[in-house]
Write a protein that binds this ligand. Structure first.
Ligand SMILES: *Cc1c(COP(=O)(O)O)cnc(C)c1O
Length: 376
């Protein structure tokens, strides 16, 4: 049996090695390392794939969030509502820009923003909402967009974990996550569903004026060469990464399908076991299983993590400390926020290995070890 990893990037690379190696060598030969042709090609292909008008590549998913908030002209003290149950980047950039993060509860079954909690958290200072499509399925965008519309708020979708996932709107139209809000952002960190061989990110919008502001901000606020109209930053996707990502984009559906079959095996194995909640997929969503996450009740989660490690099965806790309990936000009084579902989930979630290269014998071994521990 191949050693089990949370993600197996090496075996995935070996399956596409000849194509990747050629693309990388072509970039080296062209020496157009910055803004080479593959960057625009990849952006165009990603726009087509997601059904969005404007895709602006940038250096990473954290920058994508930061640039999105800068482009919306948010001012110090403005409130931005985000879940606390997310990766730190979502909330960190809010504070970095001098905005005030307001943490809200997630749904215990989908791990995504709870629209009822969202509506309660809105104040006259609220300017934007940042739903996170956590673990690979969409937050309830229709409800979130309706609330945002009623209160005149921007919506920035953090789509770092769900690229390729579908969401069904109330009118029945099916759309890709990241294309529904005012702005969508994503990450091409190597372990993401569409991952490069280094850092990368992108920003999505359907709005032409916003797209041009975003493009300017990502490039030193430059309107034409050496004329800087806005305070911006320097955030680019390397040509090498774009060339690699373009090859992997062609396989994204196939990769997400491979993840779904791993999830289906886990679901079948763990169905109906007392105290084990398998992932719930909300109606109208497709899940792309960036993570396969169980919620354990009355089962020693940390004991399972330990048992698996002793049997060569990695597992992860995403995330061991919710944002509102991070020291980073102590000065905001964030720890006083009462988020019982978030705290409850934090103590009970565990993510199992899931990737595009999983063998049946690896899956059997993981499932066997989980069941052995639970039935002990
Ligand atoms: C990975 C991730 C990010 C940040 O992406 P980077 O490319 O690592 O900066 C932001 N939000 C979420 C939910 C993520 O999973």
């Amino acid at each position: 049996m191949h050693p089990i990893q949370m993600v197996d990037l090496k075996r995935q690379y070996h399956h596409i090695k000849s194509e990747i190696d050629k693309a990388v060598l072509d970039v080296l030969e062209s020496s157009a390392f910055i803004n080479g042709k593959p960057v625009q090609d990849f952006a165009d292909n990603l726009a087509r794939y997601t059904g969005t008008r404007y895709v602006i590549p940038c250096a990473n998913g954290t920058d994508a969030l930061q640039i999105a908030m800068m482009a919306l002209g948010l001012k110090p003290g403005d409130e931005v509502i985000t879940p606390s149950f997310t990766y730190i980047a979502t909330t960190e950039v809010v504070a970095l820009l001098g905005l005030k993060p307001v943490f809200v509860e997630v749904d215990a079954r989908t791990f995504c923003m709870d629209p009822v909690a969202l509506e309660k958290a809105i104040t006259p200072r609220t300017r934007a909402i940042v739903p996170v499509h956590l673990y690979g399925q969409s937050a309830p965008m229709q409800e979130i967009l309706d609330i945002a519309g009623a209160h005149g708020l921007f919506v920035i979708e953090d789509n770092a974990q769900a690229i390729g996932a579908d969401y069904t709107m109330k009118d029945g139209s099916v759309r890709k996550t990241g294309t529904l809000g005012t702005i969508g952002t994503t990450s091409f960190f190597p372990s993401k569903n569409l991952g490069g061989y280094g850092d990368g990110g992108a920003i999505f919008t359907q709005d032409e004026a916003l797209a041009s502001t975003i493009r300017m901000i990502a490039n030193h606020g430059q309107s034409k060469r050496y004329y800087h109209d806005l305070v911006g930053c320097n955030s680019r996707l390397d040509t090498l990464q774009a060339a690699i990502l373009d090859i992997k984009l062609r396989r994204l559906d196939q990769y997400n399908e491979a993840r779904r079959s791993v999830a289906a095996c886990y679901n079948e194995a763990f169905a109906g076991i007392d105290g084990v909640q398998t992932p719930f997929v909300a109606p109208g969503n497709t899940h792309v299983y960036h993570q396969y996450t169980l919620v354990l009740e009355g089962i020693d989660r940390d004991g399972l993590h330990q048992h698996l490690a002793e049997h060569q099965v990695p597992s992860m806790i995403y995330y061991p400390v919710p944002a509102h309990r991070q020291k980073m936000f102590a000065s905001f009084g964030a720890a006083d926020t009462i988020l019982p579902v978030t705290d409850w989930l934090t103590e009970r979630v565990i993510s199992l290995p899931i990737h595009t290269e999983m063998d049946q014998d690896q899956l059997d071994h993981i499932i066997h070890q989980v069941l052995t521990f639970i039935r002990k």
